[in-house]
Design a protein around this ligand. Sequence first.
Ligand code: UDP
Ligand code: MG
Length: 317
Amino acid sequence: MRLSIVVPCYNEEAVLPETVKRLAELLERLSSQGRIDADSHALLVDDGSKDRTWTLIEECSAQSKWIRGIKLSRNRGHQNALLAGLFHADGDAMVSVDADLQDDLEAIAQMVDAHLAGMDVVYGVRRRRETDTFFKRASAEGYYKLLARMGVEIVFNHADYRLLSRRAVSALREYGESNFFLRGIIPQLGFPSATVYYDRAERFAGESKYPLSKMLAFAWQGITSFSAAPLRMITGLGLLISLGSFAISAWALWVKLFSDHAVPGWASTVVPIYLLGGVQLLCVGIIGEYLAKIYLETKQRPRYFIEKTAGEPQRPQ
Ligand code: UDP
Ligand code: MG
């Protein structure tokens, strides 16, 4: 069984030497145990880094037979870099893992065993989340629950650390959307799957490439890619507000007709105007988000371009 380990790298010069060392050691060991073929490798995907990442990848691939690299023509984001790696790699099984050594590489051995036992998808799931801040833990938990409630099938505490068989990756190619949310798509493939638990460490070196703003955009992307629930919520909200205003009108009419004072004032006129204005804008905004999504998807633009490769065996033209 030939294993390809796909590693997206964006400005990772600080951790890359250590990552490469550990990956090569792991591959060497698994291969000497006869669990994987000798032409297995780690495929490092340079996602348009601005530092020395690509130079390092080239150097490492020249020195070690375990290391190969591809360079994307510019930064396309984590999900696209991952896809580029998965679609380019030619393993019988492919493991995707981050470059920062947060995910314990030892879990790969277990993933390989599960694959050899017939699994097409092996999810790496975090045993505990204690290395995260309270905010990250709480927001992640809330988010997974929200997705589940909106009917999105998702594996709790699983990020993009997983093994996919070649068959599963081929199935992935059938999905046409240009904005990929892998975590949501993989469970939909439906092939036999297993779970491997691991502990997640702090980032080994360098900084997170996912600031809060990118994280929020990614989270929103996950929702809009898989669920029309926000649109339905608008309908519900509209219904609720209409019923409420109907009740208020009935009450105002009743007071006018059957008592000798009218409904007093300013607040009852002005507050609903602003409230409704705000609610309407919010709803139009949500509709707009879906519209924008349709607009972006209909263009069918390519997800990435590969500019260079390193350490690859010559392929027939
Ligand atoms: N990454 C990437 N392209 C990007 C941003 C990130 O390929 O535009 C890679 C990054 O090099 C790392 C992985 O995606 O290997 C996860 O990023 P990071 O560890 O910074 O995210 P965090 O773990 O903090 O959520
Ligand atoms: Mg990380």
